[in-house]
Design a protein around this ligand. Sequence first.
Ligand code: EPZ
Length: 419
Amino acid sequence: MMCYEIEGGRRLCGQVRVSGSKNAALPILCAALLNDGETVLHHCPAISDVAQACRILKSLGCRVKRQQDTIWIDAKDAFEAPLWEEMTGGMRASVLFLGPLLGRFRKAVLGKPGGCAIGKRPIDYHVAVAQALGAVCREENGCFLFDGSNMQAGKVVLPFPSVGATENAMCLAACLPGKTVICGAAREPEIYDLQQFLKAMGVRIQGAGTDSIWVEGKEISTSVSYRVMPDRIEAGTLLAAAAVTGGKIFLSDSDWLTMTGILPFFACCGCQISVKGAEVGLKAPKRLKACPCLLTKTYPGFPTDMQPLAAALLTTAKGTSMIMEQIFENRFHHCTELNKMGGRIGCSGPVAVIEGVRHLKGTTVCASDLRAGAALMVAGLGAEGKTVVTNGQYICRGYAGLEKKLAALGGRVRLMESR
Ligand code: EPZ
């Protein structure tokens, strides 16, 4: 078990680099399984979810090496093997192996995926994607067994623009001969990044970023090198940390074009935002302003992954804010913890109403999931005294050296082993 210890009340200033995106790196690592050849991925974040994806690739016969932010995968000798729940249970993104496994080997056995406890998170859309392309699926003892011997290219219609189901559809279609169209696709920038990776492997694919994606599948056997996009949620987290401390920071290696929804939110709270090339700057006001109505939406709306961070910020903003969570049904655990620090948040179903208080007070709080944990760290940076965030291992799943980045900006943050 890990915990973060934070001494609040220090203004964050300076410049910091944004790491590669977790939510782009994970599907791309899974898609490397499609390549009967060598893949080199640059700018992969050093997080435990990426380490777990590498372990799964190894269990499927891939050779995997890592040097700093670069991961080398040789999937020439890969084979089909069941991914039991011991492998899949720790991480939601393990479901992203479905498309690559079924596409390459026409067979897949997948245990229930785990991941953050932010809602029911079923995998029915993923199953429907495989079925739409001709696979047969049955559930046995909590495992999903897929037979893809009769699969062929065709049409996939998603009932909701699910990020993961779109990624699985793209990977499946990438190795089915013929043309597949994916309708109702998610439009997140990470989908575009996966498209660019598949293109780099020679797949003809277009449309990512819109709700229709066209794919012409083929056997993939190539040497490919690709750089993962910057993490827009990590970028937003660092901006939130600066904003809550009245600070002024610059992010380098970021991509503001992918931060629609996020940057306007900070502007709405009274922060000055500047963008220039790959740099994003934020200067916080003396006191943040409330945001009367913040709704989480699919891209290009305000992302659900930033919602806990927004809640942390609005807890000390001047005035009353309202947040409506529209993507996950159970993503307000952080509010209970923020209230322990002196916040005044009332939650009912998908709505949280936040009465801004002047100051939060440090105490021991518990991270229930990745972004909730990051939100409590941000709150701790702005609070009086010491905050301890327990269950810090959730934060390590998705942030690469967050404590080091915050310390480089002048924050007092330590990551420690806890009992
Ligand atoms: C991706 O999860 C991200 N994870 C999540 O990041 C992010 O919160 C989410 O997209 C939404 O943007 C990765 O990219 C690895 P969805 P994913 O399928 O693909 C429901 C983070 O903190 N649904 O778009 O799992 C689902 O329950 C996280 O970095 C079904 O009902 O999200 C949710 O309510 C956590 N059936 C909604 O759709 C399905 O088969 C959106 O989920 C699939 C999803």
